[in-house]
Write a protein that binds this ligand. Structure first.
Ligand SMILES: [Zn+2]
Length: 276
């Protein structure tokens, strides 16, 4: 049994068939947490979770890229697919998120965090960084208020994130999702009590084999970040929660252990972290 700890069936990529995908996923014995990236997708994540007795949970938060009005279209260094994201620039309304966060189907705050990868020419970088940090602190405050963990998005900002997590303790800790750093950096987060979220990115070649070998299975949770980051061998298709098994297979292969072991331990980790 596997848990996709970071799915976005609440995104428009599934506007026509989210329910179908959820049903198919549950039938195959895979559970999921749908993660909000702004208020509207957070609300939708909670709505989905409320429809199912078990197997579907929600996380609510605001992704740092949604703090500014932008139109992204990029291909990054890891040969990820081209992604187009339009954002409106949204305020983080603590009280509104608090109402959502109290719902028993909400098992985490997120995704929230720091993204220094997408600054554009003409940006006041220091101002944007300061704003992202302030909102992340609000997220930490919210997580502690409802005693739930946090799902953190972090791109090109691990040092600042470490600093913030060191100085602002989270009672329930959380996960550094879609981790793309080195193993030494990963170990610093693990020392602070955080899990490392691995997804399809680790299947794109050998770049993350060292990371997989160096970190303990007990510190890993699995995810897809669907519809993005489709793992090999499905790359090129829209990603979905069932593909989380390819991430598990890659970890088993690199660590030279049984797939069942990866399933068992990472599922235990997710259940414990998110209280499910
Ligand atoms: Zn995500």
């Amino acid at each position: 049994m596997l848990i996709d700890t970071h799915a976005h069936l609440n995104f428009s990529a599934y506007k026509d068939d989210a329910e179908e995908v959820i049903k198919k996923t549950l039938e195959k014995g895979v559970f999921m947490i749908n993660v909000g990236s702004q208020y509207s997708t957070s609300v939708r994540a909670v709505e989905f979770a409320k429809k199912y007795e078990t197997g579907v949970w929600a996380a609510v938060g605001i992704h740092p890229l949604h703090l500014e009005r932008r139109n992204f279209n990029y291909k990054d260094d890891n040969e990820l697919e081209e992604i187009e994201i339009k954002t409106n620039g949204e305020e983080f309304n603590y009280e509104n998120y608090l109402v959502l966060a109290k719902n028993p189907k909400v098992v985490a705050i997120g995704e929230m965090g720091l993204d220094y990868h997408h600054f554009e020419e003409g940006d006041d970088v220091e101002e944007l960084k300061t704003k992202q940090k302030e909102i992340l602190l609000q997220g930490i405050k919210l997580a502690n208020a409802v005693k739930k963990p946090i799902i953190i998005h972090c791109w090109d900002a691990y040092d600042d994130l470490l600093e913030i997590l060191k100085n602002n303790e989270l009672e329930k800790k959380g996960v550094i999702h879609s981790f793309v750093g080195g193993y030494k950096t990963a170990k610093k987060f693990i020392e602070l009590g955080y899990k490392i979220g691995l997804n399809g990115v680790v299947t794109y070649g050998i770049s993350y084999n060292r990371l997989i070998r160096e970190i303990d299975l007990r510190d890993i949770v699995l995810e897809t970040d669907c519809p993005y980051l489709t793992p090999v061998p499905k790359k090129g298709e829209r990603n979905e929660p069932l593909n989380v098994r390819y991430v598990a297979e890659k970890i088993a292969e690199v660590k030279n252990i049984k797939l069942e072991e990866v399933e068992k331990i990472t599922t235990q980790n997710a259940k414990k972290l998110f209280g499910i």
